[in-house]
Every structure is written in C-alpha cells, then in structure tokens.
Design a binder for this molecule. Structure first.
Ligand SMILES: *[C@@H]1O[C@H](CO)[C@@H](O)[C@H](O)[C@H]1NC(C)=O
Ligand SMILES: *[C@@H]1O[C@H](CO)[C@@H](O)[C@H](O)[C@H]1NC(C)=O
Length: 234
C-alpha cells in the first residue's frame, strides 16, 4: 500500500492542482453525434451515463448507448450510436409510388401509391415513414380483381352495390317476376390462365314465361357452388 501510494504520489499531486470539483470525477461525458444524454451531476468514478438518439435517429443495433467513468477519470470509449431512421423502400408489386419518391426515406416522409391497370388497392393509398423505421399505415397491396359482373336485361345480380370483386367472389342473378333464368344462376370470379381474373361463365339471361326458350342452353363446367339438385331421389 505504501509502495502504491508512493508511486501514485505524483499523480495525486497533479490531481490536487486541479479544481476541487474534479476530484474522483470524470469531466463532462463526450458528445455523441445525433444523441443527447440526461443531465447528470454524479460523474464519479464508476458512474454510467446513458445516451438517447435524437428525433429522426435510431440506435444502431448491437451497440450499448452508455459510457462509464473509469478509474483514470476518463470515459469509456463511445462508438457511433445513432443512425438516421430510414424506412425500407416503399415499392409495391403491381403498383407504383406516384408521389414522394426518394432515394432514401427518413422520418416524416410521405408517399402515395397507385395500382397498375386491372389491379385494385387494398389498404391505404398514402403512408408515412415513422420514427421506428416502419411505414404507417402499412404499405398497401395491389390485387387483381374481376371486372364488375355483366348486367342483364330484365334481371339483376347480387353485386350491384359491391365495388371490388376479388378471386372467389360469387354473384347470383335473378330475373324479374314471371321470367325464367336461363344459364347458371351464379357466376364467380376465377382465373383461367392463373394470371388474369375472369368470371366463371357468361351471365344467365332472363326470358319470357315459356320453358320453350330453354333450348340452346349450353353446358359448361360447373361452378364451385352446389347446384340445386334437379333430380332428387325418392
Ligand atoms: C484510461 O483507462 C482505460 C481503460 O483502462 C484506457 O483504455 C485509457 O486509455 C485510459 N486513458 C488514459 C487517458 O490514460
Ligand atoms: C392478362 O391480361 C393482360 C391485359 O388484358 C394481357 O395483356 C395478358 O396477356 C393477360 N395474361 C395472360 C396470361 O393471358
């Protein structure tokens, strides 16, 4: 102990020449780019100071945002802590950004989208880059839809108030009172080529009372919906 103190003598003397406040303390912690720290008056050896990234910046993953006052009255080294918040590219499939396009997207930047022809948007047309690096609301997506189902004379279908006809959607036709429905009562949105969407068959037609007009009805592949049984057994 005596030997150690002796060895430390010059150092202690040096320290004693400094203002009293610096005894056993570190100086103000180092400034870090794009970061702030809580004001701290306890800068004693062993104390730790935590940094916070400023608005628009986020902590680089894996780094510790702290520094510690070491026994030699310096602060432990602080690496770069904060990086600018960047949202991922807002590219969407079958659609594009129509406004706000940039090379990089920082906090607060807004973009708007439009779907390609023949596609309909699900989700929000406008979104914004948030401080956590995500788009809110989430990016929309563009899905193919069937065109509105065909209208028929003297009849109607169940989709008149519907705007979007996604894959699998079915509409049912009905005829004005007294008329017979010729063809499939329902058609549904499907795909024949695995790419474009189309209705499963032509719309039925409504004809006058007589069953005579049923001639010429073509047979097509049956829709997914169960057909009413024409020949109930028993
Ligand atoms: C203080 O101590 C640390 C860790 O022991 C060392 O890395 C650093 O270089 C020292 N600083 C000075 C100024 O001696
Ligand atoms: C799908 O529709 C588009 C536009 O009508 C057409 O250009 C394209 O060839 C169609 N795709 C297939 C596989 O038929």
């Amino acid at each position: 102990m005596r030997v150690l103190l002796g060895w430390m003598g010059p150092l202690l003397a040096l320290l004693l020449l400094q203002p009293a406040g610096s005894m056993g303390r570190c100086p103000s912690p180092p400034a870090v780019d794009h970061a702030d720290r809580r004001p701290s008056y306890e800068l004693l050896v062993g104390s730790t100071v935590t940094y916070f990234c400023r608005h628009g910046y986020m902590l680089i993953p894996g780094v510790s945002p702290t520094t510690t006052c070491l026994t030699n009255f310096t602060w432990s080294a602080v690496p770069a802590l904060c990086q600018m918040v960047q949202c991922p590219s807002p590219a969407i499939i079958n659609g594009r950004v129509t406004s706000g396009e940039q090379d990089k997207y920082g906090v607060g930047q807004q973009v708007e989208f439009q779907c390609n022809l023949g596609y309909t948007m699900w989700g929000s047309q406008k979104t914004q880059c948030w401080s956590d690096g995500t788009w809110k609301p989430p990016l929309p997506y563009c899905d193919k839809v069937c065109a509105p189902p065909p209208l028929i004379t003297n009849g109607q279908h169940t989709g008149v108030r519907t705007e979007l006809f996604p894959y699998g959607m079915e509409v049912k036709y009905s005829c004005a009172a007294g008329l017979s429905l010729i063809g499939d009562e329902s058609i549904y949105c499907t795909s024949e080529d695995g790419v474009n969407l189309t209705w499963s068959g032509p719309a039925p037609v409504c004809r006058g009372e007589s069953a005579e007009s049923q001639r010429g009805q073509s047979t097509r592949r049956s829709p997914s919906s169960p057909r009413p049984s024409l020949c109930p057994k028993g």
